[in-house]
Design a protein around this ligand. Structure first.
Ligand code: MIC
Ligand code: SF4
Length: 647
């Protein structure tokens, strides 16, 4: 049996462990990326680690999330990020240059390499044959310093693609089909590797849509081979020299296998409020829509916008809806301007936004109350759009364009002949918005880091206490997202580098009293269902609860990135054995974990006493030795300091 591609790249980067699923490994990271919403904390943490320069092959700091400058906060953060990038040896992608993942694919991604990014959609670059993983900012800060990235070796799920996509069906429909089959939990503990005869027919743009939204499956990452399509894409970017072929061996072995016949796929749509709530578009066709938005790192490329322009050319968007378009990058924006697609969209009534995350992260363009929005994005969690009672659907740019014209959800196959979009053989390359770092040595040393009043120092936490007692401040159900825990949006995101202010919004959309009750309790716990902490990589979803006095989270299961973030910030993640055990704890109960340090070190079992009900519950932890050491020290920064002191 041959070796699959994911294992090949992991093997070439392995610094610790063996590639046995379920065991801990550590891999060398070649490239890192951050975006502004997670980047400010990441660079404060990099500073705290105390290294003068990044030690990766390429590290890039992007600004794409916090773009509305309604006060000084975001502008201050941008300046901080520009100065830290310059000093520490990173490329800085200026606001306006585009969404981190789109720009990284265009300008930096390289087949066969590893990439760690402080954003859950970092796997987009897996569409170019690299292992690209999302993580908390602190893990990325460590990788910037040359430290290995620790993870539990995932299973490799092979997805054999056969056939060809039919007209009006595109990459988004492939990943929506995956979500329909596997659910938002289906990818947890897995790398999803696409292979088979259907792969060659998919361009890099369709591939990156698929790998991007693999994050919604909970997968560690997703990967496509690097082949002729990859070569064409990189040549068009003037980066043919970065191309190398990478593929699984023939008859490669996979831990699990599924097959998708692309011939059979039809346009699909995810209904509110989860990306896996997927049905064929024709099943919901006719529902009136008040907003359509094309953009986000999932679907904002030249191909996507060109299709939209083709559908809209010479027509007008429906009077009952508002139609926004955010090009994924400056390159995409400039290219659609040159081909005339931009004029076609503007003529038709598109509201053109800047190249940024924009409405995807609630930075403006909240839909009207009690409305329906159809978006080409990747997340439709309740309230994420900025309007709590808006019903957000996720669909391909094709479906979005058709819907924008008719005013009701529309199967794009009703739009006539499918346009053949010719990708440019060579884009006009202009990297004027990417600032290279200052030269190492005197030039870098002279760079002053610019801190506005919005940048507050990192809090210091002590080591894990001997015993933990506290109140259950909140009990929630399954599939709680990090958007529930630490919301994004125009109001809250500017506070990402100001933890005391940010913490006030913790669980705001679930229970407005959470922050004040947590502070009052002084020491507390959160009870979660399964897949607790799915969604974004934001470490503030661990950091803010810790700041408010939360000591641990007990859940039926955890999403990967959030689980690591909890450990990195010293919160104990414990797992209930069953739904019955989960039922043994209620909100406001008082819990005690006696000799928690000893219990954790002795093995997987941890007894939690429910003082209110007078009973013991047996929970477990699944932390590796490395993770346990981090937790006992009170978090990764403490751990690194202690280690440095010992060396
Ligand atoms: C998101 O899509 O939720 C974000 C905003 O890009 C987050 C990052 C963040 O919250 O900083 C993500 O996906 O990791
Ligand atoms: Fe930005 Fe949305 Fe992509 Fe997150 S999912 S990186 S907010 S475009």
């Amino acid at each position: 049996m041959g070796t699959n591609l994911a294992r090949k790249i992991l093997k070439a980067h392995l610094v610790e462990g063996e590639l046995t699923p379920g065991t801990q490994i550590a891999i060398k990271i070649d490239q890192t990326l951050t975006q502004d919403a997670s980047g400010t904390a990441a660079y404060l943490q990099f500073e705290a680690i105390g290294l003068p320069r990044v030690r990766t092959e390429v590290s890039v700091s992007y600004v794409d999330h916090n773009m509305l400058q309604m006060g000084f906060e975001n502008a201050d953060d941008h300046r901080f990020l520009q100065s830290t990038a310059h000093k520490f040896g990173l490329y800085f992608s200026r606001p306006g240059n585009g969404i981190c993942h789109q720009v990284h694919a265009e300008r930096f991604a390289a087949p066969g390499k590893t990439l760690l990014g402080s954003d859950s959609h970092t796997p987009l670059c897996g569409g170019l044959g690299m292992i690209a993983i999302g993580a908390g900012g602190l893990d990325v800060a460590v990788a910037m310093g040359g430290g290995a990235f620790y993870l539990i070796m995932p299973k490799i799920l092979g997805v054999k693609l056969t056939g060809h996509l039919q007209p009006w069906v595109s990459g988004k429909d492939v990943i929506l089909d995956m979500l329909r089959r596997l659910s938002v939990k289906g990818g947890v503990g897995r790398i999803i590797e696409y292979f088979g005869p259907g792969v060659a027919s998919l361009g890099v743009i369709d591939r990156t849509t698929i790998t991007n939204m693999g994050a919604e499956l909970g997968a560690t990452t997703s990967i496509f081979p690097s082949d002729e399509q990859t070569r064409l894409y990189l040549e068009a970017q003037g980066r043919g020299a970065s191309w190398q072929p990478f593929a699984a061996d023939e008859y490669a072995e996979y831990d699990e296998l599924i097959e998708i016949n692309l011939d059979e796929l039809e346009p699909l749509i995810a209904q509110p409020h989860m990306p896996d709530n997927v049905v064929p578009v024709r099943e919901v066709a006719g529902i009136p829509v008040q907003q359509v938005s094309v953009g986000s790192c999932t679907n904002s490329s030249f191909r996507d916008l060109s299709i939209v322009a083709h559908v809209l050319k010479g027509k007008a968007v429906h009077p009952n809806l508002s139609f926004t378009v955010s090009p994924g990058s400056k390159q995409v924006y400039a290219t659609v301007a040159r081909t005339g697609a931009l004029a076609d969209m503007i003529d038709a009534g598109a509201r053109m936004l800047e190249s940024a995350c924009g409405p995807c992260v609630g930075m403006g363009m909240a839909p009207p109350s009690n409305s329906v929005a159809v978006r080409s994005f990747n997340r439709n969690f309740e309230g994420r759009s900025g309007t709590k009672d808006a019903r957000v659907y996720l669909a391909s740019p094709e479906t979005c364009a058709a819907t924008a014209l008719t005013g009701v959800i529309t199967d794009p196959r009703d739009m006539g002949e499918y346009p053949a979009i010719a990708m440019p053989v060579r884009f006009d390359i202009n990297d004027s918005m990417i600032i290279p770092p200052a030269a190492e040595g005197a030039e870098a040393e002279a760079v002053e880091i610019q801190r506005g009043p919005n940048i507050k120092p990192l809090p210091r936490f002590g080591p894990l206490e001997d015993s933990l007692t506290g109140e259950v401040v909140l009990k929630v159900g399954d599939n709680i997202t990090t958007d529930h825990i630490s919301p994004a949006g125009a109001k809250v995101l500017p506070l990402r580098s100001n933890l005391p202010a940010l913490a006030e919004f913790t669980f705001e959309r679930v229970d407005k009293t959470f922050a004040s009750r947590a502070k009052e309790a002084v020491s507390g716990f959160i009870i979660g269902g399964s897949n607790y902490g799915q969604g974004s990589a934001r470490e503030q979803a661990a950091l803010a609860p810790r700041y408010l006095g939360i000591k641990g989270v007990m859940a039926l299961s955890f999403a990967r990135i959030h689980r690591s973030n909890l450990i990195n910030f010293g919160l104990v993640p414990l797992i209930f054995a069953s739904q019955e055990d989960y039922n043994l704890v209620d909100q406001a109960d008082h819990l005690e974990i006696r000799q928690v340090r000893e219990q954790l070190q002795a093995g997987p079992n941890v007894v939690v006493r429910n003082l209110t009900r007078g009973l013991d519950i047996n929970l477990t932890h699944n932390m590796s030795q490395h993770e346990l050491e981090i937790l006992l020290d009170g978090g990764l920064l403490n751990h690194l300091k202690i280690q440095a002191g010992n060396n």
